[in-house]
Write a protein that binds this ligand. Structure first.
Ligand code: PMP
Length: 396
């Protein structure tokens, strides 16, 4: 396994040292192979909003597995969860399930291009949308130049149709529409940035993108792989009252199993095969075990007060941390939207990719390792979101 990990963010490259090998999780806790117990604020990078091994989720998975793990044919469970997604999002009338967030965003781009007949896309520097070629441009790294691939193996011809905007700056997107008024298929954005650390959208940012895309007959894609069912039941679209044209989902809708999804209006989704000419497929897509985990998760998230309680819990954690840092006279900026937040070692406001990069990374690395010694497992990077689950308590 390259680097000993199946996804590079697990490698602790940003904080130094060797990753924990985890053997077990229960509620808010995880245990490593040496038997150490930690409070877990990674929560599998977002999916585990109910914590580890939630009883109903495990029961649903067990039942689904006993019923047969995969058929490659339509099943009731995938229709049940499709209905839950359609009910949660005003902008979604049809949804297609895939196996990861990467597949969801990759397919959403293809759909936007197929529907509009245009080739260019706009993404934001510091925005991560999975590892498909067109989206691996300024994906959370320092490459600020226009259309320069972030990864070896992504050719310039793939990257040249990817235009870069500046998060929280609608004028940067307007400039692209001025330059290419008829060529931009879509603007794809994390409505709350999560992959440069949590950066909430300015008041006018999302509305600005909505207005610009409408004006130019382009599509607005919200990548809600993190924010979907996280910042509200109906994601960022419910929280900020703005509807996207295409929504990408993942993480929470799979309840800890591998899932992604993309959804839109019935008209736009009619472009997708077998209804339309845009091809997209998957042997294990809509997998019954994954669908069962997702259904059991969403059902629990429908209970009244869940999101208020989650937000309050995260707020009290943030307030406590802020107090401790103030006492120690260490500058700390906490950006939080509901139960996702990032501790930036930064004296100033963090509201853009540029201000994110002004944070003290080494300081964070030291803090990460000291917290680990105290039995708290944080995301091993200064620019990732930490997540609070319903299983976390006020106990230390
Ligand atoms: N979009 C966003 C906003 C993400 O945070 C991620 C993964 N962290 C992805 C897409 C890709 O999802 P996956 O890792 O499931 O391919």
């Amino acid at each position: 396994i390259p680097g000993g990990v199946n996804s590079p963010a697990r490698s602790w490259g940003a904080v130094g040292g060797n990753p924990l090998f985890l053997t077990r999780g229960s509620g808010s806790r995880v245990w490593d192979a040496d038997g150490n117990e930690y409070i877990d604020y990674v929560c599998s990078w977002g999916p585990l909003i109910l914590g580890h091994a939630n009883e109903s989720v495990v029961a649903a998975i067990t039942q689904a597995a006993a019923d047969g793990t995969s058929f490659g044919a339509p099943t009731e469970r995938e229709n049940e969860i499709a209905q839950l997604v359609v009910d949660a999002y005003e902008s979604i009338e049809m949804v297609r399930f895939v196996n990861s967030g990467t597949e969801a965003t990759m397919s959403a781009l293809r759909l936007a291009r197929a529907y509009t007949g245009r080739s260019k896309i706009v993404k934001f520097e510091g925005g991560y949308h999975g590892h498909s070629d067109a989206l691996l441009v300024a994906a959370g790294s320092g490459a600020l130049a226009h259309g320069v691939p972030d990864s070896a193996g992504v050719t310039a011809s793939f990257a040249q149709d990817t235009l870069l905007g500046v998060f929280n700056d609608p004028a940067s997107v307007e400039a692209h529409f001025d330059a290419f008024p008829e060529d931009i298929a879509c603007v794809i954005v994390e409505p709350v940035a999560g992959n440069m650390g949590v950066v909430p959208p300015h008041d006018r940012f999302l509305q600005g993108l909505r207005d610009l895309t409408e004006k130019h007959n382009s599509l607005l894609i919200f990548d809600e792989v993190i924010t979907g069912f996280r910042v509200e039941y109906g994601g960022a679209q419910q929280r900020y009252g703005i509807n996207a044209d295409i929504t990408c989902l993942g993480k929470i809708i799979g309840g800890g199993m591998p899932v992604g999804a993309y959804g839109s209006s019935a008209e736009i989704m009619a472009t997708v095969a077998p209804l339309g000419a845009m091809y997209q497929a998957g042997t294990l897509s809509g997998n019954p075990v994954a669908m069962a985990a997702g259904i059991a998760t969403l059902e629990q998230l429908q209970e009244p007060g869940v999101y208020n309680a989650l937000g309050a819990k995260a707020a009290s954690l943030a307030a406590g941390l802020q107090e401790v840092f103030a006492e120690a006279e260490i500058p700390l900026r906490i950006n939080r939207v509901s139960s996702m937040m990032t501790l930036f070692f930064n004296a100033g406001e963090v509201n853009s990719w540029e201000t994110v990069l002004a944070s003290d990374r080494e300081g964070f690395g030291r803090f990460f390792h000291r917290m680990l010694e105290e039995g708290v497992y944080l995301p091993p990077s200064p620019f990732e979101a930490m997540f609070v689950s319903t299983a976390h308590s006020d106990a230390i």
